[in-house]
Design a protein around this ligand. Sequence first.
Ligand SMILES: [Zn+2]
Length: 464
Amino acid sequence: MKGSNKSLIRRNAVRGLIAMAVMLCALTGWAGAQSLNERKANPLQAGAAVPVLSKNNLPADVMQDLSAPAVNPAAAVTAAPRAGQASDTGSAIAAQRDVAAEVQKAKGKADPKADPKTVYLTFDDGPSNVTPEVLEVLRDEGVKATFFVLGQQAKSHPELINAIWEQGHAIGNHTYNHNYHDLYSGFTEFWKQIKQTEEAVREITGIRPRLVRAPGGTYGHFDATYFELLKEAGYTVMDWNVDSGDSRRKGVPAAEIIRESLSLQASRVILLLHDGAGHAESAKALPQIIARYKAAGYRFGVLDAAQEPVQFRVSASAAARIKPSDAWIASNITPNAGLFGPGKPLILEVGKQEVKLDPGEYRIRKGQYVVPLRAVIERLGGRVGWDTVNRSGSVWWNGREVSADAGNKRLTLISGDGTLVTRESDVELIGSALWLPLRDLLEESGHPLLEVKVTAEERRVKAL
Ligand SMILES: [Zn+2]
């Protein structure tokens, strides 16, 4: 109830001004923006991946049909003189009519049933202290976007990941530390960072991002293996087709970012922007970028893993690196797709705690649940150490220490006074992770099973 009539009038006047500025900019910047964008057009990969729909997709497509205030010449014409900005009202009106016609043309055929042009705003490298400002603009404009976040940043700003999520934007995975040297030395390192970031986001939102954007883009970085294995694991790799240029050098001014961001004839724009530290100018440019796309009749979409991805082609400069072994692929990539498949989750209730393992995060072998030691214990608040030489792991949880030994297939409870209680257990080293029967783990750590239940939605194990 704070808004008075006066402020409403002022806001409308400001809107009129913006609408007019937008039109004049559109008139003068049209040709320039187009040729620039052609120049930066990226080599798209032919026969792009067709991703699979699943329940774990990022939030349902939040497409918004936005009105395009500046394409109504009458409204713009009346707004402009009132604002007292046009010194030559006659020519300003003529110019506006021209622009309105251009905008109408850019909107494509006037058939309202035709697919509207869509722009996907994407923000990489955050969240950071720039993110709140970006979120504020998006909220004020009623626009949704996609944030490709870094795991490292998610860990240090969980509240911003929450804010992004709660505001209805999509979250994608931009690796953990953005370090090209690490990420492009070989696929297994890239994979490690994708999973690390996925876990960080899952802990905050409960959702695993399926969209992946490669730091620096895939061009010159990904070989065919990177593309193939990520697809097989259930992810959708998304590059971009318009670069705002906001990371081309330090401190690119907002005016330049606006100019570079506009590609007002493409039917599907995936615009690269940044909300990492030092990108305040991108946040500053955002209201104008949104206004220009709205004026040209675009709607704003959020990306999801089921959409046709934009991917750069594999270049000769991205020399193929050593492909992971078949055993590594079988233990890491193949089961991962199950995370996004239709299987049931396994819920563990241990005392007052409850943790969920998604399909693909556990296995069933000879009627027994087999689980990855680290994932389960860490989610239950315990700690896991790893002894490479002995191929064994140590668990510290609820005041107990248990050692899991894959070489000798046994579990050992180490008591405070040094006594050892050992039991046979089918502990297995799969890839670089220790897996073991859930029942053995719970019993050895003092939580005997109480109940095992399977319903249409889930599998549930209760322990003391
Ligand atoms: Zn980046």
